[in-house]
Design a binder for this molecule. Structure first.
Ligand code: KIV
Ligand code: ZN
Length: 515
């Protein structure tokens, strides 16, 4: 009989980090891991330790510093990965080694170029190797949903005999349909004789938009661990979204009858933190954490909500940590205490040093635009959370442009040794001219992959938020900048991306094939 708790396995830092364009630094991963710990996820997959030195360092720092959750690392079914994986997580309070190998013929023949018996042997021996290091071993037959079921059953039996305590069923390419996936989970319970010695987990991708539905169908059929990512980020269409799975289980407890250990009031702050640090925004109509998730447009709906919230809301926004109570406006006369109190209500706990920086930025902004609402504060926090070592600092930007002028920008930067660098460049517009000048001074060859401007609030004095994505040496870096002047915001965003590129060791691409 399966347990009555569903374990939440968060893979934002591993599968989520495989989102195209995301490259988190070690400190950012630690910050997310601490936030996941505060949210009380059961297991944090901290990375793929053997994939690059940067991943190894991040996994081992998380293992040492984050004590309130099981810390897992992913390993291919090869000795080097398992040895290195263990090296990275051995100091964790509760370590877990997660071994995977493909079980579908298409992967076995074309990727692994082996036969089924050989793959079975690798699975068995590598789980046994992991077990010698660590009592908690998870095994995943990759592409399970496109594999021959009888082969998956055999593989699961062998790995459980070898010591696996969790068997995870990945729908690697998001191919399954809920009813069929639930049948598969039931068939595993009926056909794997030693299945009672392991917990069944599921790991669903969203290629058909069914990752959450498949995960929930699997839970109904007996799975008791769900692998998820905050905001549903991940390879291609992403992974099952943590907030959707958890809130479905909680909201429909009448149907599932199962408990989840998560502190749901952390969902909203953690969602924002992940969006800010990854540079992947949450779509406005995203369930649970999208900007529109608790907004009511139609007069009939508004009328209903005013009378009784439950008329059009199935979740109390406070349950996910979303502050209600209207938009509170601060201005240049507001003090540190007022700012801290509002940020606290918005879910941000700041150290004195952080508050000093945010307060300075707040005052500067309030001088320019008078009233500061929650969206402006979110923007200030986004910049604060993304603060990186400034190798080059933007000191001055001056542009001239117009319909009869060649757009020209003068940029002054302070370099790594405190030296003052200045140049003037022309371009197709003021932003291009500024970028030309900055690039000339920094001298780091890069390609602009994406440039986006959006307004943070309404009105002519609104802040513009600029996101810039650049490619350096095959690695992508995201920069964010905001200002009431969008040319300045653009320059700040490019500086942020360049400073990130100059200070970060990106994940080792090409070292392994992405699961
Ligand atoms: O999608 C997948 O199959 C994976 C496994 C490594 C669990 O990410
Ligand atoms: Zn995956």
């Amino acid at each position: 009989m399966p347990e009555d708790k569903v374990y939440i396995f968060d893979t934002t830092l591993r599968d989520g980090e495989q989102t195209p364009g995301v490259a988190l630094g070690v400190e950012e991963k630690l910050e997310i891991a601490h936030a996941l710990e505060r949210m009380k996820v059961d297991i944090i997959e901290a990375g793929f330790a053997a994939s690059s030195p940067g991943d190894f360092e991040a996994v081992s720092r998380i293992a040492k510093e984050v004590r309130g959750a099981v810390i897992a690392t992913l390993c291919r079914a090869v000795p080097e990965d398992i040895d290195m994986g263990w090296e990275a997580i051995k100091h964790a309070a509760s370590p877990r080694i997660h071994v995977f190998i493909s079980s579908s013929d298409i992967h076995i023949m074309h990727m692994l170029e082996k036969d089924r018996e050989h793959v079975l042997e690798m699975a068995r021996t590598m789980v046994a190797r992991a077990k010698k290091y660590c009592p908690d071993v998870e095994f995943s037959p990759m592409d399970a949903t496109r594999s021959e079921p009888a082969y998956v059953f055999r593989m699961l039996k062998e790995v459980i005999d070898a010591g696996a305590t969790t068997v995870n069923i990945p729908d690697t390419v998001g191919y399954a349909i809920p009813e069929e996936f639930a049948d598969f989970i039931r068939a595993i319970q009926e056909n794997v004789p030693n299945i009672h010695r392991a917990r069944i987990s599921v790991h669903c991708h969203n290629d058909l938009g069914l990752a959450v539905a498949n995960s929930l169908a699997a839970v109904k059929a007996g799975a008791r661990q769900v692998e998820v990512c905050v905001n549903g980020i991940g390879e291609r269409g992403g992974n099952a979204s943590l907030e959707e799975v958890v809130m479905a289980l909680k909201t429909r407890k009448d149907l599932f009858g199962l408990t989840v250990g998560l502190d749901t009031t952390q969902i909203y702050p953690v969602s924002r933190l992940v969006a800010q640090l990854t540079g992947i925004p949450v779509q406005p109509n995203k369930a649970i954490v999208g900007a529109n998730a608790f907004r009511h447009q139609s007069g009939i709906h508004q009328h209903g909500i005013i009378k009784l919230r439950e008329t059009y809301e199935i979740i109390d926004p406070r349950d996910i940590g979303l502050p209600r109570g209207g938009i509170i406006v601060l201005n240049k006369n507001s003090g540190r205490h007022g700012l801290r109190a509002r940020l606290r209500e918005l879910g941000y706990e700041l150290t004195e040093e952080e508050l000093d920086r945010v307060f300075r930025a707040f005052k500067e902004l309030a001088d320019k635009k008078g009233e500061i609402d929650d969206r402006d504060l979110e923007m200030l926090m986004k910049e604060e959370r993304r603060a990186t070592v400034e190798v080059y600092k933007l000191d001055l930007l001056q542009v001239s442009c117009g319909n009869h002028l060649v757009p020209t920008a003068t940029v002054r930067l302070i370099g790594p040794g405190g030296e003052v660098l200045q140049t003037t460049a022309t371009g197709t517009g003021p932003v291009d001219a500024s970028f030309q000048a900055i690039n000339r001074l920094v001298g780091l060859p890069n390609r602009l992959v994406e440039y986006q401007v959006k307004s943070v609030t309404e009105g002519i004095d609104a802040q513009g938020e600029v996101t810039v994505r650049i490619e350096v040496d095959g690695h992508q870096f995201v920069g964010i900048g905001s200002d009431t002047d969008i040319v300045v915001a653009s320059a700040k965003a490019l500086m942020d991306a360049l400073n990130r590129a100059l200070t970060r060791v990106p994940r080792g691409e090409g070292v392994w094939s992405n699961p």
